[in-house]
Design a binder for this molecule. Structure first.
Ligand SMILES: *[C@@H]1O[C@H](CO)[C@@H](O)[C@H](O)[C@H]1NC(C)=O
Ligand SMILES: *[C@@H]1O[C@H](CO)[C@@H](O)[C@H](O)[C@H]1NC(C)=O
Ligand SMILES: *[C@@H]1O[C@H](CO)[C@@H](O)[C@H](O)[C@H]1NC(C)=O
Ligand SMILES: *[C@@H]1O[C@H](CO)[C@@H](O)[C@H](O)[C@H]1NC(C)=O
Ligand SMILES: *[C@@H]1O[C@H](CO)[C@@H](O)[C@H](O)[C@H]1NC(C)=O
Length: 521
């Protein structure tokens, strides 16, 4: 009989013997695993450090070094083994996920050649500063492709073929320049590679050098027109000229409301959402702009003067005989100004200022813009921002139309008084029927925007008083925040617009029995 204790004991012995066996096996297994892993890692390491082209370049250097005889034999041999190894090596690397199968060296070399060619052909001329940025941008692109270090979206190229992008970088302040500045900021924050051109041929050269990498081209309207009419050399892609710039990637950078692209509205970019207020909801492709960055970069004054500021930098905007002047011939504006009470807190007298006009050549005195308005003269941009930010409202006088300045004002916490030029007399509150100095601001109301009927002195006085009494904090219309604008720029570049182009060809040409002379493939 074996007692329970004995049984337990013998079991123990068996187990220990087994354990010794297991340990031996384990050591062998560990050794095998160790060497297998070491071998695999070495292969990985070897594959990842050795370029696939290395064998190929050996072959080429042999070709240039030896006699014909030597070259034939040795070169041939190296070629055979080289090509064999190269192909295999590359396949292995792709299979192991160490390579994406791109010939990065050749791609990079071609981009560098393009950079040189562009520099030779389109050298730097005055007023075309932005071209100097292309060589460094192409070099960055070539480098990151070669070393496989491109950031997300860096290989997406956008060609900016409008001089407004140049102006945006060299201190231009027109509405288009401000829009262009915002577009540059958006594209830059999206990490796209940006290239700058001014005409047909420089655009074509870059497009042809980069082809599929070019996602989008933003054209100045008349440059796109000029490119389209270049029949003899060709620029836009047609059946006869397939190397041309594809129209479905060509958008027009157009400030105003009408379509300005052979493919119509969808391909005409606009700074404002014109669909919002056009009859029938027709409008161009709303890209929009943001003044958020530049506004937030301005340090705001700690207090405001008891004053209003008139918008408009030319004296003729204040010409009371002009049909565009909105504050009447009877000095409605002058009376409104003199009726504003002094500040209750500081006792400061109310003042109305303007910034612009011409200075007298001899005395340097600023031009009188309007009786009762103190003209501070033309101010440098930063000073102009400070002056606006330390005022209590910005007043429109009829022109300029759709200026970005009221957005600056709102962002600085300064309300805008927007003149209504025409309205439905039976329903004066229906803003969709208004025509105002700044139509994009019609949906916004007090205390941000005060809409005042042309030549209506009472309304004007009330609006000025309300603006003085109701200070606002910084305001940016939601579609104009930096983030919102950035998203629309992303959509522009990352959408395949071909189906939209096809639809436009159908509705604008085929359905109307018109010939469409370009090629969309
Ligand atoms: C720039 O272009 C002009 C006109 O094509 C040419 O005469 C000039 O030599 C070029 N300059 C440089 C530095 O390439
Ligand atoms: C752009 O690149 C920078 C630096 O490489 C990176 O931090 C950032 O996240 C990128 N932005 C986008 C939108 O991919
Ligand atoms: C532009 O306006 C239209 C019409 O009101 C509207 O449907 C659309 O959402 C607006 N687009 C943006 C980006 O705000
Ligand atoms: C003001 O406008 C009227 C009408 O357009 C024009 O005849 C006049 O020359 C203008 N005056 C000035 C100073 O520009
Ligand atoms: C003006 O408003 C009236 C009253 O609401 C309306 O019947 C009329 O159609 C409007 N006119 C126009 C041109 O919109």
């Amino acid at each position: 009989m074996i007692t329970a204790k004995q049984a337990e004991h013998s079991l123990c012995i068996v187990t220990s013997a087994d354990l010794i066996m297991i340990n031996r096996h384990r050591i062998i297994a560990l050794v095998i695993t160790f060497f297998t892993t070491l071998f695999t890692l070495s292969v990985f390491f070897y594959l990842s450090v050795i370029p696939s082209e290395s064998l190929e370049s050996d072959y080429y250097s042999d070709e240039f070094s030896g006699s014909d005889h030597y070259q034939y034999h040795h070169g041939g041999e190296a070629g055979f083994w080289g090509n064999y190894n190269k192909a295999n090596l590359e396949e292995w690397k792709i299979w192991l996920g160490l390579s994406d199968g791109r010939d990065r060296k050749t791609e990079a070399r071609k981009i560098r050649q393009l950079g040189e060619l562009f520099h030779q052909r389109f050298n730097i001329t005055e007023g075309r500063f932005a071209r100097t940025l292309n060589a460094p941008a192409l070099e960055r692109l070539a480098h990151c492709i070669e070393t496989n270090t491109c950031g997300k979206d860096e290989e997406k190229v956008v060609i900016l073929a409008s001089f407004h992008f140049n102006n945006a970088m060299t201190g231009g302040t027109s509405g288009e320049d401000i829009w262009a500045k915002s577009t540059l900021d958006a594209f830059t924050s999206l990490n796209y590679t940006l290239l700058y051109t001014f005409e047909s041929m420089d655009t074509l050269t870059l497009y042809q050098g980069l082809s599929d990498k070019v996602q989008t081209i933003l054209w100045e309207g008349n440059q796109l027109d000029a490119s389209i009419s270049l029949k003899r050399f060709g620029c836009i892609k047609t059946t006869d000229y397939q190397e041309g710039v594809p129209l479905e990637k060509s958008f027009t950078f157009h400030f105003w409301q009408g379509p300005a692209n052979p493919l119509g509205r969808q391909f005409t970019l606009s700074p404002e959402n014109y669909t919002l207020f056009n009859k029938g909801g027709e409008g161009n492709h709303y890209l929009g702009y943001s003044i958020e960055s530049r506004c937030k970069a301005v340090s705001l004054p700690s207090s405001r003067h008891h004053r209003g500021m008139a918008l408009g930098k030319y004296a003729n905007y204040f010409n009371t005989s002009s049909s565009e002047w909105v504050w009447g011939k009877e000095d409605i504006l002058g009376k409104a100004i003199s009726s504003m009470p002094a500040s209750e807190e500081t006792g400061e007298k109310f003042e109305m200022i303007a910034t612009g006009g011409h200075d007298d050549d001899k005395t340097g005195k600023h031009e009188d813009m309007y009786k009762g308005i103190t003209n501070l003269g033309k101010l440098p941009q930063q000073e102009w921002y400070q002056t606006l930010a330390s005022s209590k409202f910005l007043l429109g006088v009829g022109k300029p139309n759709m200026s970005p300045s009221p957005y600056d004002a709102l962002c600085f916490g300064v309300p805008f008084i927007n003149p209504i030029m025409s309205w439905n007399h039976s329903d004066p509150e229906d803003w969709t029927k208004w025509h105002t100095q700044h139509d994009a601001l019609r949906p916004y109301g007090a205390p941000y925007v005060y809409h005042v009927q042309k030549e209506n002195g009472d309304q004007l006085r009330e609006a000025m008083q309300a603006a003085l009494d109701n200070p606002i904090t910084s305001y940016i219309p939601p579609p104009m925040t930096k983030e919102s604008v950035k998203q629309r720029h992303r959509t522009l570049v990352e959408t395949d617009w071909k189906p939209f182009a096809m639809a436009a060809v159908k509705s604008l040409y085929t359905d109307k029995d018109k010939e469409f002379p370009y090629l969309i493939v």
